[in-house]
Structures are given as structure tokens and as C-alpha cells.
Design a binder for this molecule. Structure first.
Ligand code: SAM
Length: 328
């Protein structure tokens, strides 16, 4: 097998890069109510350092990059990083995950820098509930506008991620599904993952099969063939719908066996599994002038230590970082 693969022969070709731990929201499923201590400016990898890691990873076999955070659009000069990454020959797909608040302002610039696609987190269509879920936001309107601007500049398909929480937003499943029929929305319903913090208690969990049951009154969901995207979501559509519905099932039907990704945290830790605390530090070696060969050796070491699967079923929840510091 050519390229990068882990000790279970899974090809690893996807790197998710968190460019900041800072966020302009405080979503209940992502951060503890008490807040998180923020990394200092000096702790965060510079764009040049991120580029150096991405180039080494690309030379090993990574060809897809997703930028995330925190909220990636609060870091200044993000288009500059995208331009740098887009010049790496082996990288053929650059995407972004955002809460959408600043998307309207930056979408055109991001597109011309080389960004191809965008995923927007959208957990509710109700302004008062948006405030409840995000703890801060009064700006649902800006998110909806950002989605439209992203579509109009060609950051397509714009995928909308909804973390479904019982008693919080699960009564909006049908509203979101209706948007896929009339408005060409691509909505992904995500099962809530437990993480440090208080918003992810088991009583909030809704399984994808329960979500599907709740959607039954709207008609029969047909699988999208050939299957859309190359991630873990399974896609469906209602007959004659313009858009699609995806289900992401990290808990009820984990997809570890097809996991192709690694994560780079904003403070330079390479993390081969979202749901394990194992990480390898790249920042110190980068700042001590590590060679490209040395960097590649560390990347391979992280890949070799990628666990076969997460251990949530055995009660293991990552403890070192809240979701906002890993990048989702
Ligand atoms: N700020 C950006 C955003 O809002 O999309 C990027 C970072 S956010 C951590 C990335 C993704 O993680 C989002 O799509 C969010 O829905 C998801 N996420 C965060 N905490 C989660 C949890 N406990 N369970 C499931 N998904 C979660």
C-alpha cells in the first residue's frame, strides 16, 4: 500500500487542523459552562508552522485538509493560510468547519484563496434557542446569511451540521428536514458525543435510528447513490427533495474502522483519534528546528499509535481537552 496507513492498514489521508482554541460562541455541547482556559498567543502554531506540518504530512500521503477551531474565522489572516496550503501540490481538497457568524464577511475572500467547501454548525432555526445553545449568540440571522453568501460564492456543497440533543433541539428535526425538500439544504444530524463539560449528559443523547423514526411522517428516506461525500455520514433524501439528509453516528454505529483522519490542535499536538487523549507534540520540535525527515518520523509515529476504535462504550471519555480545543 502506498501513502500513509496505520497499524490496522487504514489509509490515513485527511488532516483536520485547528487554527485556534478561541471561539465567539460557547456551545453547551462543546465547552463547559465554567469556560476553558485559553491558550496563550505563543502556544498557538504560527501559519508557517502549520504549513510546515501540512507539507510534511502531504509528502507522506495526506491530500485532504479541513480547517477548524475553536472558531477558525476568528483567527486573523485565515485566507493567507489557505493560500499557503493550496500551493502544496498533493493537497487537492481544502474545507472549513465554522459556526457561520463571520462567514458572510469572509466567504468570497476564502473562496478566492483556495477554499473549496464549507460546513456550518447550525443547531436550531429559532433565535431564542440559538442563544440558549450557544450561551452567547444573538446572531442566528448572520449565520443564515453567511450560509447564503457561502453558497453564492461557490463554496459548495454547504453542509449544515446539527448536533441533536433531547429536550433542547430535537423537536426541530422535521423543520430541518423540510428545508432539505424545499431549499436545497444538505443537513447532517450528528449524535451527541460525551466530552468534558456539562452539556453532553447521556439523557440528551438521541440515536440516529430514533431520529429516522421521528422523520417517518415526512415520507420514506431514499439512500443517496452513489454515496455522497467521503466521510462517515450516511446520506438520504426524500423523494423529489432538492437537498439531502446525512446521519453521523459516532455512538450508535461507530465508523472507526473506516477512519482516515488525524487532527492537529492549535497548540501543535498531533492527535490520531478524536476520542483518545493520546497526542504527540510537534510544536517544540518545530521550534527547535526539526528537519523535515524528523517531522515525518513523528507524524508516522502518531499514525502508528492510532487506536483501533474509541472506547466510549467502555465509559472512556477524553479528559484532557474540551471539544473546542480538539477541533471536532
Ligand atoms: N466553531 C466551529 C463550528 O462551530 O463548527 C468549528 C469547531 S466545532 C468544535 C466543530 C464541530 O464539532 C461542530 O460541527 C460541532 O457540531 C461538533 N461538536 C462539538 N462538540 C460536539 C459533541 N459533544 N458532540 C457532537 N459534535 C460536537
Amino acid at each position: 500500500m502506498t501513502g500513509l496507513s496505520d497499524s490496522f492498514q487504514r489509509p490515513i489521508n485527511y488532516l483536520r487542523i485547528s487554527v485556534t482554541d478561541r471561539c465567539n460562541l460557547r456551545c453547551i455541547y462543546c465547552m463547559p459552562a465554567s469556560g476553558v482556559s485559553l491558550m496563550s498567543h505563543n502556544d498557538i502554531l504560527t501559519y508557517e508552522e502549520i504549513y510546515t506540518v501540512a507539507r510534511a504530512a502531504a509528502e507522506l500521503g495526506i491530500n485532504k485538509i479541513r480547517l477548524t477551531g475553536g472558531e477558525p474565522l476568528v483567527r486573523s489572516g485565515l485566507p493567507k493560510l489557505i493560500q499557503m496550503l493550496a500551493k502544496i501540490e498533493a493537497i487537492d481538497d481544502i474545507s472549513l468547519t465554522t459556526n457561520g457568524i463571520l462567514l458572510g464577511r469572509y466567504a468570497a475572500e476564502l473562496k478566492s484563496a483556495g477554499l473549496q467547501r464549507v460546513n456550518v454548525s447550525l443547531d436550531t432555526l429559532k433565535p431564542d434557542r440559538f442563544k440558549l445553545i450557544t450561551r452567547l449568540g444573538n446572531n442566528l440571522g448572520e449565520v443564515l446569511e453567511g450560509i447564503e453568501v457561502a453558497r453564492s460564492v461557490g463554496l459548495n456543497p454547504v453542509k449544515l451540521n446539527m448536533v441533536v440533543m433531547s429536550g433542547i433541539n430535537d423537536d426541530e428535526l422535521l423543520d430541518f428536514a423540510a428545508k432539505t425538500i424545499a431549499d436545497d439544504w444538505h443537513v447532517r444530524f450528528i449524535e451527541l458525543m460525551p466530552f468534558v463539560g456539562d452539556g453532553t449528559t447521556p439523557r440528551r443523547f438521541v440515536s440516529a435510528s430514533e431520529m429516522r423514526q421521528r422523520l417517518e411522517p415526512m415520507g420514506e428516506l431514499e439512500p443517496c447513490l452513489p454515496s455522497m461525500g467521503n466521510g462517515p455520514a450516511k446520506y438520504f433524501r426524500f423523494p423529489h427533495a432538492k437537498g439531502t439528509i446525512g446521519f453521523i453516528t459516532p455512538i450508535s454505529e461507530h465508523f472507526c474502522f473506516q477512519c482516515n483522519r488525524m487532527r492537529l490542535t492549535a497548540d501543535g499536538k498531533l492527535r490520531p483519534c478524536l476520542l483518545s487523549d493520546y497526542e504527540i507534540d510537534l510544536k517544540q520540535p518545530l521550534r527547535s528546528g526539526i528537519s523535515s525527515a524528523g517531522l515525518k518520523k513523528l507524524i508516522k509515529q502518531a499514525v502508528a499509535n492510532k487506536p483501533l476504535r474509541h472506547q466510549l462504550a467502555k465509559g472512556y471519555v477524553p479528559k484532557q481537552r474540551p471539544f473546542s480545543q480538539v477541533g471536532g
